[in-house]
Design a protein around this ligand. Structure first.
Ligand SMILES: Nc1ncnc2c1ncn2[C@@H]1O[C@H](COP(=O)(O)OP(=O)(O)OP(=O)(O)O)[C@@H](O)[C@H]1O
Ligand SMILES: [Mg+2]
Length: 343
């Protein structure tokens, strides 16, 4: 177990700023999720923590020790890569044992440690197989077992679930979280899937364009999004943003309801809503339309639980509302949250 401090780290590849001044502290035993769109610098940041890339500027501290100049093997960090590669000709046992050999761990310990890791990840019966005889999910677990077998201070997992189908992914998420809690290993987990991030992270670090946009608990980044990027990246669909008097007014689809469906005691802001399209998703209905006074190309979305059976027709101009507590304000130029609201 260890802390990880990333102090003002920048990484340039020629003219690409892959990481741009990121400062971030990961607590001991924490499961931190690094979330952001493709190309935002997630893998580069992980590789920099692991020592596979040298930062252009800034420092990496592990357990308070400056490791910026140290090679990967001196950092006691294990990384599972996005394209985790198992040795195809080695058995599962030999794949998992490999880091122990490479690290010069005494031979007497190998068997016990491999079996422990295999047991945690449900691989005991597969130790004699080769990777091609395994399912995608099992291979992924072998890659995880190989990372955890040497009991590293820090585990870096770069989209380790990306090759799994949706169902397997859900159970792999579950397993991964359970075993991280059991081991208590400080873990940084990369994903571009916000649902995965919300469900798994103790905290989420949201990145875009090489910058850290916000760091907080899933609840904080969702309900108190620091800028329009975070507000629209989180949620499906993301937050509605409407230009108003030089700022942007934001509200989430699930808080945007027909006036009739609002609790009568709440303080509300009402909007005429010109309904363009209705989409049924089973559990919910999405209503697409244009809010009164908003430009024609700014589509807003309301998300109504199917239990709200209120009829809503296309081409209808309906009165919708948002409770005051759910309104958010952002600077139109910088995109930053204006708190609590403009004067
Ligand atoms: N070795 C390299 N040389 C040049 N540019 C690079 C190199 N590695 C990454 N980049 C660039 O740096 C940026 C960040 O890349 P990175 O791989 O960290 O993104 P990512 O967030 O992991 O994306 P993804 O979700 O697609 O894996 C991208 O613009 C990428 O093209
Ligand atoms: Mg990546």
């Amino acid at each position: 177990m260890a802390t990880v401090d990333i102090n003002n780290v920048t990484k340039h590849f020629d003219d690409v700023r892959a990481i741009d001044g990121v400062t971030l502290s990961v607590q001991e035993g924490e499961f931190l999720v690094l979330l952001g769109p493709s190309g935002c610098g997630k893998t580069t940041l992980m590789r920099t923590i692991a020592g596979l890339e040298h930062p252009t500027s800034g420092e990496i501290l592990i357990d308070g020790r400056n490791v910026t100049g140290l090679p990967p093997r001196a950092r006691d960090v294990a990384m599972v890569f996005q394209s985790y590669a198992l040795y195809p000709h080695k058995t599962v046992f030999n794949n998992i044992v490999f880091p122990l050999k490479a690290q010069g761990i005494p031979k007497e310990e190998w068997d016990t440690r491999v079996r422990e890791a295999a047991q945690v990840l449900g691989l005991e019966k597969l130790l004699d197989r080769r990777p091609r005889q395994l399912s995608g999910g099992e291979r992924q677990r072998v890659a995880l077992a190989r990372a955890m077998v040497r009991d590293p201070k820090v585990m870096l997992l770069d989209e380790p679930l990306s090759n799994l189908d949706a169902k397997l992914r859900a159970s792999a998420r579950d397993e991964l979280q359970t075993f991280q809690r059991r081991l208590g290993t400080t873990t940084i987990f990369v994903t571009h899937d916000q649902v995965e991030a919300m469900g798994m992270g103790d905290r989420i670090a949201v990145m875009s364009g090489g910058k850290l946009r916000q760091l907080g608990t899933p609840h904080e980044v969702y309900t108190e999004s620091a800028d329009t990027f975070v507000a629209t990246f989180l949620g499906s669909p993301g937050m509605n943003l409407i230009p108003r008097n030089g700022y942007l007014l934001g509200f989430r689809p699930e808080n945007f309801l027909p006036r009739e469906a609002m609790p009568s005691q709440s303080q509300i802001e009402t909007f005429r809503f010109d309904v363009k399209r209705v989409e049924y998703l089973g559990a919910d209905r999405l209503i697409y339309g244009i809010v009164d006074h908003a430009p024609d190309d700014v589509i807003s979305i309301a998300r109504l639980p199917s239990a709200v059976t209120f009829p809503i027709e296309v081409h209808e101009n309906h009165e919708f509302a948002v409770a005051h507590e759910h309104l958010r304000y952002f600077d139109a130029d910088t995109g930053l949250r204006i708190s609590p609201q403009p004067l």
